[in-house]
Design a protein around this ligand. Sequence first.
Ligand SMILES: Cc1cc2nc3c(=O)[nH]c(=O)nc-3n(C[C@H](O)[C@H](O)[C@H](O)COP(=O)(O)OP(=O)(O)OC[C@H]3O[C@@H](n4cnc5c(N)ncnc54)[C@H](O)[C@@H]3O)c2cc1C
Length: 412
Amino acid sequence: MRPDCDIAIIGAGPAGSVIAKFLHDAGMAVTVLEAETFPRFVIGESLLPNCMNVLERAGLLDAVTDAGFQFKNGAVFECGPQYMSIDFRQNFEPSACWGTTFQVKRARFDQILAAETARAGVDIRFGHRVTSAQLADGDCRLGFTDENGNPGELRAGFVVDASGYGRVLPRMLGLARPGKSIERRALFTHMRDHITDPGYDREKILITMHPTRHEIWYWLIPFSDGTSSVGAIYPDNDPAFVGMSDQEIFNQLINDTRLGSLLAKAEPIRDLNSIAGYSAQSENLFGDGYVLLGNSAGFLDPVFSSGVTIALHSAELAAKALIARHNRKSVDWNLDFADPLSKGVDTFRAYVDAWYDGRLQTIIFNQPDDDSQLKRMVVSILAGYAWNMENPLVAKTERYLEMLHDLCAPSS
Ligand SMILES: Cc1cc2nc3c(=O)[nH]c(=O)nc-3n(C[C@H](O)[C@H](O)[C@H](O)COP(=O)(O)OP(=O)(O)OC[C@H]3O[C@@H](n4cnc5c(N)ncnc54)[C@H](O)[C@@H]3O)c2cc1C
């Protein structure tokens, strides 16, 4: 029996839409099964410039640019009196690479990517939740329930799992593993921010560290409509917060920092959300008849806003491999997909570890106030360029992090 399509994709988030568009443009028949109807809320609102390169190559950038999202050109880090403003345009990449990006409400961003992909001709079925999978390269079957609860089956030559936090195949195949870092918890909401402070730079994400507990940090992500995403990350089950409600913890954490005064007039426009145990990984990134993308493959940590960038990078790498397979060229999924993807993820992981052990915070607040190549190399990683082996901070991450830390640490 002939399959219904060449490739079935689970999930129409950024990873799913972008790979669908690449594959469709290469002449493949693609069907996307998406459990929700769009727009739907997802966290992950601050993009990195490296996203723009992938969106551009996928032919999706114009639709994003036309949407009027908040322009973003960098990040500001604050901890008590310490302050550092980083401009992503001062990076180490060739000048053709993007140094700016957007901060986006994901409901709208994801809807735009999916709509543009569907407009190009991809069959995206919303309200279709994948419930089972039989996988063998060339003959895969996905069981689903549709928006009316009716069961159905889709046959495909190959399955791409872009199901994000759903982690459909890792769960079904027993590949899901907890992340390597300690369990952290995020509390977040959207606010009409009413920020009037003239020193506040809406073109940058603001990352604030707790003044005394440096493993606790916050994001403030302004949008273009006078609202902002506000979130706090702290160790899950922290004894300091026993007996307190989420709202009490959130209020106390915000008021421990300058965010308390910056957001003094802010009004919440969403209920407070919480998410814990978000750090995850998978035993394999591919197997017989399937590949895992984005959050389905794993998620590190929100601190450098790397999630969507990794999702898009994984989508482009997998698209190249699947197009080669379609053109009857041999594909080595380790060499062509897993190894190159892991290189960038490992770079981000080293940065995340260095953030929580304090080394990166030392580097950020004490870096020389100049335009040195070394500084540009750091900025490049923060801008999402974690795969460029020309950057010594990618090629030899740990060695250079140590060196930078020694260089920047205030002498005692
Ligand atoms: C607290 C926090 C803050 C974050 N902040 C940022 C940030 O500022 N910037 C950033 O880049 N990243 C951030 N992230 C990470 C970001 O949320 C993810 O990395 C990103 O959304 C991954 O995209 P994706 O396409 O892999 O999955 P998703 O965006 O999750 O999309 C997956 C899709 O699959 C669908 N799906 C799930 N199950 C099924 C099923 N059974 N059948 C069919 N469809 C299904 C879902 O409905 C969804 O639409 C943050 C994460 C956390 C936890």
